[in-house]
Design a protein around this ligand. Sequence first.
Ligand code: MN
Length: 335
Amino acid sequence: MRKDSRAKNPVGHYSGYMPAITVENPLELPKVATPALDQRARRVTSITTAPRGLEGEGFPVRRAFHGISQHDLDPFIHMDQMGEIDYGPGEPKGTPWHPHRGFETVTYMMEGTFLHQDSIGGGGVIENGGTQWMTAGAGILHIERPPDALIDSGGLFHGIQLWVNLPSALKMTTPRYQDIGSHDVKLLTNDNGDAIIRVIAGELGDAKGPGSTHTPITIVHVSLLPGGQLVLPWNPNYNALTYVLAGEGTVGTERTPLHDGQMAVHVDGDFIVLGANETQDSRTHAFEVLILGGQPIKEPVAVYGPFVMNTRAELQQAFEDYEAGRLGQIPAEHI
Ligand code: MN
């Protein structure tokens, strides 16, 4: 039933551009739970547009959380949409070795390949809808870069990197690395079969995705065909953010327009409403949306570069510990 990324779906829709995971016949998938009659749709309180920037050795990103208050983001700290970019030969870039402390990262690759290696012996290949989870906790060093063959050939790169905060009691927890292949992602559809719903993390209604963060979260990647409507159950205790990876559509019962690079904040309620415009970009075909939420931590947040702590004193300590080599060492056999 699962197909590689360069396949056609049953409605003849070429889905090679975006979805890393697609299916032969969405109607064979389990259906997402429908909200009960007494449940409420979440209200949209803000729409923001992500500015463009450069990360690591200079790969282009969009800063998805720019302009959104920490209150609305909690438990998330930072999110970059990496690409989408079509590199020429020799152009693909990565990051140098760098440290983290006090939070967890989730990296989701829709196109292209990243190699990961870290100072606790974790490492692997992230590609084709795979996800990598890294708990920095007390401290870790890591590197992410395309494989040599891809640097030589160039090609399409598109991913997401999300920072999930840790509560003070877990900031100094033991670092951990989890590699999750695209085949572990839980797939669902809606009644019409015009949505592919990929549960990348956490729970959606009664469906459970792979991966585990210390902080409870849900991450869903939806591809909604032109004209499609979708109602997604959402944990009323979680925050809710919708980010458009590609295409055009609407959010909320009032059908507020949202296009690629924009993020909506949804508050108060039990479900999220999405709609795909009838006409989509010829390159995209579908309304491609990432929906994320989690249990708010409700603690002070102090961020400096790669460290996320509760206080400035803890940031100072993190910097001193890094300088003293206490966040880890680059392995002797390194990429
Ligand atoms: Mn990093």
